[in-house]
Ligand binder design. Structure first.
Ligand SMILES: Nc1ncnc2c1ncn2[C@@H]1O[C@H](COP(=O)(O)OP(=O)(O)OP(=O)(O)O)[C@@H](O)[C@H]1O
Length: 353
């Protein structure tokens, strides 16, 4: 467990955060300038807080009151930046060695680096370079991994190629990962915990499914990014139609594409703007997914929208509809309604493990 309390003044900007990051990936999410990089620099030891305490299990990295400030190398932190920052004149193998030599065979295997070892960074794709940068960060036997937008410079296919490796690190290494991103699909696929920063403050934090589906988070995340993350199981394949059926606590949903093995657990992001609400069970419509749900919250935004918190079985869902529709339907907390999700609204980029 990584426990962070940090206050730091940077010109007109103040970073003032307090949260705990358990094992797994903790995504630090926020708009540009919200303080994400400053926060992880403070954890790495590159930025000295004015006040606070940072502890990783029993190891205190920083404690202003106790005058502890471990130097960067003694923090045993692996840091991966947006650009891989490899040495261009060294082979991949030498770049990896530069990080250390801890458990080298395992790291090379986990990240699929064996075929790249003799090559120079200039001849690698962006995704391959980031895999090498990840490997180098792991070679120092880190107790904590910091990743600052590691996929931001990559195009969608390269991102898709490297995400499974990060999932593997999350599942096989026992170290907490602080992962800065402003891509909500990435966060939904990878994160166990999410912390949202807004103007230097942590304004929401908790399990990914709870934070991303909370109606209060809509103004923080933006209308496009708000949405639930369902934990589901692959229940069936509709091979002729190229569809996959998923079962979760609130019923079944069908989505395009063939992915996962039967019975495999997956997580699926359901964007709030793709959920429609009906008071009666709709008949004769093309949408494949109709779920019986209960309204848990109605949160009016500043604009014309209303965020509607829903419970489908034990899983929260979120819909964003216009205030006009909410009034016309007479929606109220506690009411049982139907949520309609268009199958094509969910893409492969919304599905993770
Ligand atoms: N040394 C500094 N002096 C003054 N202001 C600073 C300094 N470092 C950072 N800031 C300011 O602090 C704020 C937070 O910066 P930071 O880089 O942490 O944000 P961020 O969320 O990582 O942004 P981005 O997503 O654009 O990388 C910004 O307004 C930035 O201008």
């Amino acid at each position: 467990m990584l426990e962070i309390t940090v206050q730091k003044r940077l010109g007109d900007f103040t970073l003032d955060v307090e949260f705990a990051a358990p094992a797994g990936v903790t995504a630090v999410f926020g708009r540009s300038g919200s303080g994400k990089t400053s926060l992880i620099n403070a954890v790495a030891g590159l930025l000295r807080p004015d006040a606070g305490r940072i502890a990783l299990g029993d190891t205190v990295l920083f404690d202003r009151a106790a005058r502890v400030n471990l130097p960067v190398p003694r923090r045993r932190v692996g840091y991966v930046f947006q650009d891989a920052r490899l040495f261009p004149h060294m082979s991949v193998q030498r770049n990896l060695r530069y990080g250390g030599s801890h458990d080298a065979d395992r790291v090379i295997d986990m990240l699929g680096l064996a075929p790249l070892l003799q090559r120079k960074p200039g001849g690698l794709s962006g995704g391959e370079r980031q895999r090498v940068a990840l490997g180098r960060a792991l070679m120092c036997d880190p107790q904590l991994l910091l990743m600052d937008e590691p996929l931001a410079a990559l195009d969608a296919p390269r991102k898709a190629e490297i995400l499974p490796y990060i999932v593997r690190l999350r599942d096989e290494l026992q170290v907490p990962i602080l992962y800065v991103s402003h891509d909500v699909s990435e966060v939904a696929r990878l994160a166990t915990t999410v912390v949202i920063l807004d103007q230097g403050r942590d304004v929401a934090s908790g399990p990914v499914g709870d934070v991303l589906s909370s109606p209060e988070a809509v103004p923080l995340l933006g209308v496009r990014d708000a949405g639930a993350v369902l934990s589901a199981k692959v229940a069936g394949r509709l091979l002729d139609d190229g569809l996959t059926e998923l079962a979760f606590s609130g019923g079944r949903i069908i989505m395009p594409g063939q992915f996962g093995l039967l019975g495999q657990r997956v997580r699926v992001r359901v964007p709030a703007q793709d959920v429609i609400i009906a008071r009666e069970k709709p008949q004769g419509m093309s949408a494949l997914n109709v779920l019986s749900v209960t309204i848990t919250a109605l949160e009016q935004g500043r604009g014309p929208g209303v965020a509607v918190g829903l419970l489908a079985g034990r899983d929260p869902l979120l819909a964003r509809i216009t205030r006009r529709s909410a009034n016309r339907l007479g929606l109220q907390v506690g009411q049982q309604v139907y949520a309609i999700i268009k199958a094509t609204a969910i893409g492969p980029e919304d599905v993770g493990r």
